[in-house]
Write a protein that binds this ligand. Structure first.
Ligand code: ATP
Ligand code: LTN
Length: 332
């Protein structure tokens, strides 16, 4: 049986990029077979690598759980849990740090980008973030990790650490593989389509949030940066804005990029934008309706997370005991 695991940080309201690149993949994988172990968690320990307000963070943990459920994760099939509630993540993260070189962490693209954005000093947790992520993955002997393309380098780090540990202490961890979609793995900013759409973008209209209402979605798409050519073609280098809109449309409508191009071959940018908005609303509206119902049901959310915590802790504790024994930690 294969194990599939992934996580999302509760670092703000989720974006259409998070949904199309990651969460929709989680749901499709979940529904594709019954013979698999699925684990999806709320990566709260990752969120505190940059400053967070405690009250807002705790609200975001609940909201992300409700969004996972509203997007279609089914607690009868998938184990849903909060990362910090399974203490083995921190424990294995620390042990793996002893195998990690500072130089390789300093070369990580996301570290360099996020460091550049910090105004109040850079925490050492931001540097060691990929080690904790490797621990998240290796703790459960994950075979596959569905993520957006920006996480590919971190996955490579997890594979390297698994191999390093196995060769130093004998075979222990599986070598995980990333699952990255061909289309949708990198939805771009609506205001600068050469940059990734991100939760933490300062420009609100650069990002579609999962809970944006219909009017806001239409306004944001209407003001999306395009070009002055006037023809609709997928060409990321020369037409990044139009290509991003075609990608969003094709993902929301379940079409290939070719089919989306064909659909718009005689259309103008106004029609493209209006149909892209329709396609996003069609996907997000049912999620928003379910989200509002679930968010009011504290008992249900707590039950899902309690069950998830218990199941994840059981698997994680067996692995951490094995690791500590191999490393020589603890009592003789
Ligand atoms: P932040 O902006 O705070 O760094 P983020 O928006 O990148 O956050 P994460 O929690 O880091 O969100 O990402 C959760 C998942 O969503 C990851 O698998 C990530 O690769 C994916 N993802 C994030 N942004 C995009 C995007 N623009 N397109 C496709 N996938 C994305
Ligand atoms: N770093 C990821 C979130 C994350 C994750 C993981 C994803 C934390 N641990 C383990 C997959 C597997 C991000 O998207 N920023």
């Amino acid at each position: 049986m294969k194990t599939i695991l992934s996580g999302v940080q509760p670092s703000g309201m989720l974006t259409l990029g998070n949904y199309l690149g990651a969460i929709s993949q989680f749901v499709n994988l979940q529904n594709s077979s019954d013979d698999q172990e699925l684990l999806f968690f709320i990566a709260d320990l990752h969120a505190i690598t940059v400053p967070q307000d405690a009250t807002i963070l705790r609200k975001n943990i609940k909201s992300l759980t409700a969004l996972y459920l509203a997007c279609g994760l089914d607690p009868n099939k998938s184990t849903i849990f909060v990362q910090s509630e399974v203490k083995e993540h921190s424990e294995l993260g620390y042990i793996l740090q002893s195998l990690t070189y500072i130089g390789e962490l300093e070369r990580m693209t996301q570290f360099k980008d996020k460091m550049a954005k910090q105004t109040q000093g850079v925490s050492s947790a931001l540097l060691t973030y990929p080690v904790l992520m490797a621990a998240d993955i290796l703790l459960y002997n994950s075979d596959y990790v569905p993520v957006g393309v920006d996480q590919k380098q971190h996955l490579e780090m997890a594979r390297n650490l698994a191999e390093r540990f196995n060769s130093r202490y004998s075979d222990t961890f599986k070598i995980p593989e990333p699952l990255i979609l061909k289309s949708g793995a990198k939805i771009m900013s609506l205001q600068d389509p050469t940059k990734k759409m991100s939760k933490s973008d300062k420009l609100d209209k650069a990002t579609i949030f999962l809970l944006d209402d219909e009017n806001i979605i239409r306004k944001k798409i209407a003001s999306a940066v395009t070009d002055s050519d006037g023809f609709i073609k997928y060409d990321v280098d020369n037409k990044p804005g139009i290509s991003n809109l075609l990608t969003i449309y094709s993902c929301c409508m379940n079409l290939s990029i070719k089919e989306a191009e064909e659909h718009f071959k005689d259309a103008n940018y106004g029609t493209l934008k209006s149909e892209v908005s329709d396609s996003i609303i069609k996907v997000l509206k049912p999620i928003q309706d379910r989200y509002n119902e679930i968010l009011n049901n504290n008992d249900y959310i707590n039950k899902v997370l309690d069950t998830g915590k218990e199941k994840a802790s059981y698997i994680a504790s067996k692995m951490i005991n094995k690791v500590k024994h191999k490393v020589g930690l603890g009592r003789f």
